[in-house]
Design a protein around this ligand. Structure first.
Ligand code: PNW
Length: 457
């Protein structure tokens, strides 16, 4: 056994998002979101479910906070549902929505848990989608308004802010691949959406800072190491393209560069962009997007191995090119590859030099049910987390300024297009009774937090 010690101030947390856990979709003046519309459209969610009830966290948040407290968790990343705050997307503020998050934040602080608030985890007000959604510049302006309203309400108590969760998912997965809401399949729309998401981040950061003095503000990207399946030049080119489209497309503008020219050229050649390129970019946009942030959030789940004959974006499923049959796979069909976390952290540190990094999500889907004794022996998840914590530790030894790590997720929840079939929680949720059972991984995580160290074999 080796003991890997973490720095004294290291942040250990858990993460969730509004649509995935809250339920109460029609209560207290909440407006419709694109995920309400999408999940209720037949054929979009595999098991035909939606987030109307989910984990009923809206009514059970005090119990969930007590659960976290019992597990020794002192940092919690959650998201605010835009349609609870501005049911019409902009304009009239729904005070009942602000009050809910205000009570949540007070209860967290009371329990000694620091809130990390994500402003956009994909539940866009449907009325804004009806106007064109993220493909329209006006949605970026509406987001800035929304961010200002939330920051004014919570900014005296919330000191950690994340503007967006995974803009790749909010643009490409949802507007080109059609897998997430709003379920469109148009590359130009997806690329316009990606630009407006980034722009909205840049517009929101100064407003958050103004309303929340001394706060740390950042953005979360989902990143993946992109590796060629063979040494062939063609496979290398596929890996270059995937890396550019998935990672660099978002990292480059956030860190003061333009969109990667090789990817613009690929898109023009494929007919995804006109010869003039990304025409939605206006003068000053890159300066707005590159606003200095206090940290970068990284969500890491797996690596991507590319073959030239199967570039993922040309398929409906984005990631079915993995050729590592000897490896373990989670129930999402994602390869278990802990060293990819170290690789990703190191690459971002060396290529972009963010001041600070948080792993804002990492976790695994295994559906291990409770046994006759009521215990959930999720050994695979426990091993997954242990190996990924060790990989993060290796990255820190190599100089990465990693400040914290949030496990996805606190509890089983609505896993988007997969419905309730995938369970990422370290806490089991019985969706009939809403009973919560901390899994073995949660009990183990309590020990990691208490010791601020991970024991590895
Ligand atoms: C992330 N992909 O989603 C989200 O931030 C969470 O809300 C989600 O529950 C978690 O990861 C697990 O899926 C992703 O297809 C969904 O590449 C899909 C992809 C990536 C991230």
């Amino acid at each position: 056994m080796t003991t890997l010690r973490f720095p004294t101030e290291f942040v250990w947390g858990v993460a969730t998002s509004s649509y995935q856990i809250e339920g109460a979709a029609l209560e207290d003046g909440r407006g419709e979101s694109i995920w309400d519309r999408f999940s209720k459209t037949p054929g979009k969610v595999r098991d035909g479910t939606n987030g109307d009830v989910a984990c009923d966290h809206y009514h059970r948040f005090r119990e969930d906070i007590a659960l976290m407290k019992g597990l020794g968790i002192r940092h919690y990343r959650f998201s605010v549902a835009w349609p609870r705050i501005l049911p019409e997307g902009r304009g009239k503020v729904n005070q009942a929505g602000l009050d809910f998050y205000s009570r949540l934040v007070d209860a967290l602080l009371e329990a000694g848990i620091e809130p990390f608030v994500t402003l956009y985890h994909w539940d866009l007000p449907q009325v804004l989608q009806d106007e064109g959604g993220w493909a329209k510049r006006s949605t970026a302006e509406a987001f800035a308004e929304y961010a200002g309203v939330v920051a004014k309400s919570l900014g005296n108590r919330v000191k950690k802010w994340i503007t967006h969760n995974e803009p790749w998912c909010a643009s490409i997965l949802s507007h080109h691949l059609g897998i997430h809401a709003p379920g469109l399949k148009d590359y130009r729309t997806a690329l316009a959406a990606s630009h407006h998401l980034l722009l909205s981040h840049g517009l929101a950061v100064p407003l958050i800072r103004a309303a929340s003095p001394g706060a740390e503000v950042g953005i979360t990207l989902n990143l993946t190491p992109s590796e060629p399946a063979s040494p062939s030049a063609a496979d290398h080119d596929a890996a270059r393209h995937f890396d550019g489209h998935f990672n660099r497309w978002f990292l480059d503008p956030l860190f003061g560069r333009r969109y990667p020219v090789d990817i613009i050229a690929d898109y023009v050649a494929a007919g995804h962009l006109p010869p003039e390129g990304l025409t939605v970019v206006q003068p000053g946009d890159f300066e707005t997007i590159a606003v200095k942030c206090d940290f970068l959030g990284i969500n890491y789940y797996n690596r991507t191995v590319l073959r030239s004959d199967k570039v993922p974006e040309a398929q409906n499923e984005p990631r079915q090119v993995f050729l590592a049959p000897e490896k373990e796979w989670t129930e999402m069909g994602w390869e278990v590859h802990p060293n990819g976390l170290r690789d990703t952290l190191l690459r971002v540190h060396l290529d972009y030099r963010p001041r600070k990094i948080y792993v804002t999500e990492n976790g695994a889907s295994y559906s291990t049910p409770p046994g006759a004794d009521g215990r959930v022996k999720d050994e695979q998840r426990l091993a997954f987390l242990r190996e990924h914590f060790a990989a993060a530790h290796r990255a820190m030894e190599a100089g990465v300024p990693l400040a914290g790590y949030f496990v996805w997720s606190l509890m089983d929840n609505f896993e988007w297009d997969r419905g309730y079939s995938q369970r990422f929680g370290i806490v089991w949720v019985d969706y009939k009774t809403q009973q919560r059972i901390p899994k073995d991984s949660a009990l183990w995580y309590r020990g990691v937090i208490a010791e601020n160290a991970v024991q590895v074999p």
